[in-house]
Design a protein around this ligand. Structure first.
Ligand code: FES
Length: 170
């Protein structure tokens, strides 16, 4: 029963082909960063800004064009939390699990979102409205536990407030 309520995030590979216009834009980004320090990260950042996320076929194209192993790109995208290989929701919920927030109940916030809203970390709701991420300290430790949605930082969040907070986002 619990499984049926879980958000159906699509992770990893998709079979969607890249259109030629997008491929040309990716090539231009790669050319512009050629020879620069940290070029793969810059390329991944800019391509994610362009497309919104980094699906498998895009990583393959970057790997091919930059002549670097696909495994290296997967390593970068999985290491840095700001990269996403799945489409993100309209609102990205960032639950802080830094030390202060964790001690003050950040994990309970995360668990409640998982359980009551069927949304797992890294996933997106089926309606595309919310994505969930965990972060490590966003600099508001005195107000922990905190949760950020876009530019809003919700402070001293209690699990009982989550329904109202999330329903305020349309
Ligand atoms: S640990 Fe959460 S804001 Fe610092």
């Amino acid at each position: 029963m619990k499984q049926a309520r879980k958000a159906t995030a699509t992770k990893g590979k998709t079979n969607k082909a890249i259109d030629s216009k997008t491929l040309q834009q990716i090539k231009k980004i790669i050319e512009a960063t050629d020879g620069q320090a940290g070029a793969p990260i810059r390329v991944l950042q800019q391509v994610q800004e362009l497309i919104g996320y980094l699906p498998h076929e895009v990583l393959e194209a970057i790997s091919r064009e930059m002549r670097i192993p696909l495994s290296e790109l997967y390593g970068i995208t999985s290491f840095y939390s700001f990269f996403s290989m799945v489409p993100k929701g309209k609102y990205v919920i960032q639950v802080c699990l830094g030390t202060s927030c964790y001690v003050k109940g950040g994990q309970k916030i995360l668990d409640t979102i998982n359980k009551d809203f069927g949304l797992e970390s890294g996933g997106t709701t089926p309606d595309g409205k919310f994505s969930l991420q965990t972060v490590r300290c966003i600099g508001c430790c005195g107000l922990s536990p905190v949760m950020a949605i876009r530019e809003d930082v919700h402070r001293k969040v209690k699990p009982s407030q989550l329904k109202d907070i999330l329903s305020s986002y349309r």
